[in-house]
Ligand binder design. Structure first.
Ligand code: FE
Length: 357
């Protein structure tokens, strides 16, 4: 008999009375138990996700806790920054203001419903919140410095090097957003794995790094320190997002070894290589002449260096074998070693998780 409501969403299944209790071996990141509509954390299989969730909570922060006063004074001072420095700062803000929101949309609108591990869903919820905090942070910086919002927030449409990166990311979501998409077919599951690689390896692991380098370069010169402090918190969060994503990718591969074919590996190498080129293009756009002690040509080596590290983390080969030309980046990202660097709260937080570089 109808209860007056019509179930039109076949994804959510009704609860049927049963005395079958889930076995830990039935837990899978994709294509797991149909009980995924109810988040039951026990029995827990993917402990890395729960650990990441706890660590992320221990690292909680909000942008408005950080003073922008010194940044505001510097930005208003006509001699405070050179035109090139202002250009590069605005350009990275142009990318930042889109990057985290694309990730959040992918999490909430595309991948969440296909993840059947309750503890991974718990982390995804936390990650989605962090992406919102990051978007809030960029808004707070733009507002504080009274930047031209029209200029910053439309850059992703008006500047090719930002548009090309964003378009590459959006392509990874497109197929998953199709209402008929399913991970139950091998082709669907492979497409899902490609999405994970696109967002967790390429976006979280490569596409933020020119912008991080820019902000840290300002910080090394004691400029824009409020913005830099926020970006350092963001780097820590993004580093955890990447580590969590890589754990998910590797676990999906273990649980579904048939997906990790030569063809998918070849596609991964090609996608990472394209991402490196797009990120180098963006770096050239940011540093037309080389400022802040950064020569844009070194960015090719730098991006290839970190791309090699990322490839190794998902079981592939570092095809680039480049030394890190910016060792200060790896020092700065490892906040746990930055004792009293800012003399602010940053070192008082738990660092949580491995900030793998
Ligand atoms: Fe992120």
């Amino acid at each position: 008999m109808s209860d007056g409501f019509t179930a039109t969403n076949s994804f959510i299944k009704p609860i049927h009375k049963s005395f079958h209790r889930p076995n830990v071996n039935e837990r899978r990141i994709i294509n797991g138990s149909d009980e995924s509509d109810v988040v039951q954390l026990s029995p827990m299989k993917h402990k890395f996700a729960w650990e990441a969730y706890l660590d992320a909570n221990a690292n909680h922060w909000l942008p408005t806790e950080i003073s922008m006063q010194r940044d505001i004074e510097l930005w208003k001072d006509p001699n405070g920054l050179t035109p090139d420095e202002r250009h590069v700062f605005k350009r990275v803000m142009g990318f930042f203001t889109t990057g985290d929101s694309i990730v959040a949309n992918n999490l909430v609108l595309a991948i969440y419903k296909h993840i059947t591990s309750p503890e991974c869903r718990m982390y995804l919820l936390r990650q989605a919140f962090e992406e919102a905090i990051h978007t809030h942070s960029y808004q707070y910086i733009v507002e504080s410095l009274e930047l031209d919002e029209g200029e910053i927030f439309n850059m992703y449409r008006e500047v090719d090097s930002i548009m090309n990166k964003d378009n590459m990311l959006l392509k990874f979501s497109t197929g998953i957003l199709d209402p008929h998409f399913s991970t139950k077919t091998e082709a669907g599951a492979k497409q899902f794995l490609e999405n994970m690689i696109g967002f967790y390896v390429i976006c979280e692991g490569l596409f933020f790094y020119t912008s991080f380098a820019v902000i840290l370069s300002f910080q090394r010169q004691n400029k824009l320190v409020g913005a830099a402090e926020q970006i350092q918190y963001i780097m820590r969060d993004e580093s955890m997002h990447m580590n969590f994503g890589i754990d998910m990718i590797n676990t999906i591969k273990e649980e579904n070894p048939e997906l990790w074919t030569e063809e998918l590996m070849t596609k991964t190498y090609a996608a990472v290589d394209k991402a490196v080129k797009l990120e180098v293009e963006f770096a050239h756009d940011c540093f037309p002449k080389g400022i802040l002690g950064i020569n844009s040509d070194l960015f090719t080596d730098y991006m290839q260096h970190i791309a090699g590290r990322r490839l190794e983390r998902i079981g592939l080969t570092d095809v680039y074998k480049k030394e890190n030309p910016f060792p200060w980046m790896s020092e700065a990202i490892d906040i746990s070693k930055e004792k009293n660097f800012f003399e602010t709260r940053v070192t008082e937080y738990q660092t949580g998780g491995t900030l793998d570089w």
